[in-house]
Every structure is written in C-alpha cells, then in structure tokens.
Design a protein around this ligand. Structure first.
Ligand code: NDP
Length: 340
C-alpha cells in the first residue's frame, strides 16, 4: 500500500468504522448529516476498491474546506433543464458526491428518454475519483463519460511550469449481468494524490512523472509538489488535458484550472468548479445491436494472456475487501479532531 510507510505499525479499520469516523469528522467540520454521509460513502467506496489516492487521506482536505467556508456543508443544489437533453446542477459549492447523488437519477431518466443527455455540474467541490458517476450510468444500462478540471498541477507538453489541472477522464460501458467496463484516469502521468501519498510515505516516483519548480526532471515527490507534474503520453495526454480544460471549464460557464487558482484560498481542499457528465443510451444509438459486438471485443481482449480490462482490479478488490490499512498518524489526527 503506497499510502502507508513501509515501516509503519499496521493499523486497520473496517469499512463500516471508516464510514462512521468520516461522517463524524465531517459533521464536526460543519456538514449536514446527508452531506457528511455522502462524502463518507465516497471515501469508503474508494478505500474498498483500492483507489487510495481518493480515499481516507482526502478527508483532511474536505474538513479544511468546510471549516474555511470554501465548501458548503448544508446548501441545496439547484437543478434545472436549460435544454431538452441538458440537466444543470448548480452544486452551490457542496461536495460533489452529495450533489451527484441528487442529480444522477434525473440524468439517467433524461438519457433514457432522449437517447443522450449531458449533466452540467457547476460549483461542485470534486475531490474524489470519477468512476462512481460513470459506473452509476453503466449500472443503469447507459454509456457514461465524465471529466473535470482541478487547480494548476501539470505542465503542458514543452512547458516548464504548471498550467493544466490533473484533469481526470472516466468512461464506463454497461455489461448486463456483469460488472461494467470502467476506466478512470488522471491525464497527468500520476494522480496528484499518488504524489502526495508518496511524499507522505517517503517513496520516490518513476522518471517522467514531474518537474522541479525550476522545470527540471525529478523523481522526488516533494520537488514535484513544489514544481509540476507532466501529462501522460507527452503531447497526446496534454491535448486531452487541454480538451478537458475547455469542456469542463468554458463550455459549462465555469473557470479552467488556472483561473480557478486565482480565487482559491489554498486550504488544501477541493475548489468548487465544473464537471461534464455525458450519458448515451446504447439501445437508442445502436438500434439494439450494441451488446454482442462489444462483448466480442471484450472476449478478444480477455483472451490475451496477461491482459485485464480496466476496472477489473477495483472490482476484484470490491469483492474481497472488508477492512483497509490506514496511515496511523492520519488516523490519530482525525480521531483527535473528532474529540476536540
Ligand atoms: P491509474 O493510473 O491507477 O488507473 C487508470 C485506469 O487504468 C484505471 O481505470 C485502471 O483500472 C486502469 N488500469 C491500470 N492498470 C491497468 C492494466 N494493467 N490493464 C488495464 N487497465 C489498467 O489512475 P490515475 O492514478 O490516473 O487516477 C486515479 C484517480 O484520480 C482517478 O479515479 C481519477 O478520477 C482521480 N482524479 C480525481 C481528480 C479530481 O479532481 N477529483 C483529479 C485527478 C484525478 P483499475 O482501477 O482496475 O486498476
């Protein structure tokens, strides 16, 4: 587990205890119960699936931003329909997991009715993985795609300074009777959370992940945190990241990562911003002929030795995980906060 120092004492929590602790800490930081429960569910699901970069260690950021007022713990999201196939959710700076739980059922209903639909999330404090939202669509029989911006963390291809966010992109494909095929990835060479965890645990990074503040290559996570990450795949990843800056920023009437930074209070928590979620009904688009051809492709892929589908690791973790390892120092900090 990259989130825990190799020589740290073993410290585990059951998923139920983790959810309860997260909920208690978020309530203490000012979140209303339903908001706290939604964020606690998001954190616990990430830990259960082994998505540790967006699990328990994100709790401190949520706490900081609830306390600073950057993130609201008790607003009511505003839902509207600016066009037939567009659902607009102004999250009013609420944590994304809560706003999404309210908006996604309506997106699913519109996509089933119209064949395709867009959820325009505005002012949502996203600090989580994106697979929950696209997986929810695939579990409803829809194809899902989601992306969001962040704060500047990634140097565009050829640059020496950060400008793009880590700009994640997630996609899910429904497989009736099976777990959906889901990929969810930062467009940076590594997720920022992984670099923060590596710095915490004293691990080095692989070459090609980031630059120092002076723009030189480095494998030291602390230097990357002070400098910038690199996009995955050189100019190709940078082009995807640029697209996400546009479609999750200006296209939604929201700021891109660099503009978001101008008003961010740097409390370490999630800046409210835009997320674009697209849902396609494969029945409507394909005329009912989609599943067989897709399954043929998956069978060809899974027939290759050593190959696995994206999402398979997470789904395997999900089936077996009942308790997770946590950083003892972080656990002590959260417990002390709850008792304070
Ligand atoms: P990874 O590089 O760990 O994985 C990216 C995708 O590739 C996953 O779907 C993963 O599936 C799949 N994958 C990994 N290895 C293989 C393999 N050998 N064969 C097939 N598929 C594979 O993710 P990142 O570190 O880039 O991103 C981590 C998270 O960070 C994401 O959930 C993302 O949403 C989140 N994020 C959130 C941000 C925010 O602002 N909210 C900002 C940036 C990132 P599997 O999971 O099964 O391994």
């Amino acid at each position: 587990d990259v989130s825990v120092k190799a020589d740290a004492p073993i410290c585990t929590l059951t998923l139920e205890d983790m959810a309860a602790l997260c909920c208690r800490a978020l309530r203490k930081a000012g979140a209303a119960r339903p908001v706290a429960e939604a964020v606690a569910r998001s954190i616990t699901k990430a830990e259960r699936d082994g998505s540790v970069s967006h699990g328990f260690f994100r709790l401190q950021g949520f706490i900081a931003s609830l306390q600073s007022g950057k993130v609201s713990g008790d607003a009511a999201p505003l839902l509207s329909r600016p066009a037939a196939s567009v659902l607009l959710c102004d999250a009013q700076t609420l944590p994304a997991p809560y706003a999404l739980e309210l908006a996604m059922p309506e997106l699913i209903a519109i996509a089933r009715d119209s064949g395709m639909a867009a959820l325009v999330m505005r002012n949502s404090a996203h600090f989580a993985a994106l697979w929950p939202e696209v997986e929810m669509l695939a579990e409803a029989g829809l194809v899902g795609l989601a992306c969001t911006t962040y704060l500047p963390a990634v140097a565009p291809f050829g640059a020496r300074e950060k400008l793009f966010g880590t700009n994640p992109l997630a996609f899910a494909w429904p497989r009736p009777g099976k777990a959906p095929m889901v990929f969810d990835m930062a467009t940076s060479a590594r997720a920022l959370g992984d670099v923060q965890l590596a710095a915490r645990a004293g691990h080095q990074l692989d070459p090609g992940v980031g630059l120092t503040a002076a723009g030189d290559p480095t494998c030291d996570p602390n230097e990357v945190l002070a400098g910038s990450l690199l996009p995955f795949g050189g100019y190709k990843g940078a082009a995807l990241s640029l697209m996400i800056e546009l479609v999750a920023g200006a296209l939604l009437g929201q700021k891109g990562s660099a503009s978001t930074a101008e008003s961010d209070n740097r409390d370490g928590g999630p800046p409210p911003r835009g997320e674009l979620i697209l849902a396609f009904d494969p029945e409507a688009l394909s005329g009912g002929q989609w599943q067989e051809e897709a399954e043929r492709l998956f069978a060809r892929l899974e027939g290759q030795p050593g190959l696995r589908l994206p999402g398979a690791r997470r789904h395997q973790n999900r089936a077996t995980t009942t308790e997770v390892r946590v950083d003892p120092a972080l656990l002590a900090t959260i417990r002390a906060f709850c008792e304070s």
